[in-house]
Design a protein around this ligand. Sequence first.
Ligand SMILES: [Zn+2]
Length: 187
Amino acid sequence: MLRCYDCHKQMHKKPSDRNPRSRNGRPWKHVFCNRICYATWRAKRHRKFKRDRHHFFRQIWGTTPLRRAHPKNARAVGRRAEIQARNLILPALGFTEIDDLSAMSNQFFIDFVATFRGKRVLVDATIKMTAHVPEKTALAKALQMPLFILHVSPKNPALYFLQRAAWDRRTMKVPSAFIRKAENQAI
Ligand SMILES: [Zn+2]
């Protein structure tokens, strides 16, 4: 007896109800009452896929579990990443004359001004995989200065990703391919 793969209601399908795209008459893998059950199942599957992927990325990249409860804690973790960026990561990537604005005052919303390939540039370090940066790109545009976003893993500071932010960007993301590669290399 066939059952709908989503709502599990019993179904009566005729032998002719086969996948029309299959030349050998291979039966459907799953059957559904109707398009609504099918759409529901697909949406659920997609949500699960997204959730699993999110969980996987979090495992590799790390997270600050106290972020919401204790903003001060998150700031401390963020500041640790900034210091790591200033002392080790940015110099290793070729940035020099790094002015640590963040150390001067928490009023600045860009962490560093530095020299990169002979030019003064803005650099922001974040522990987020996805950073919302509309104000930062607006400032960079107003100053006509390049802006770089440096994502530093809060779990493992040896895991980081630098990218230039175009002036019209609002969001910057660590690419999924980078995270997958990081997992394979087991950094
Ligand atoms: Zn159904």
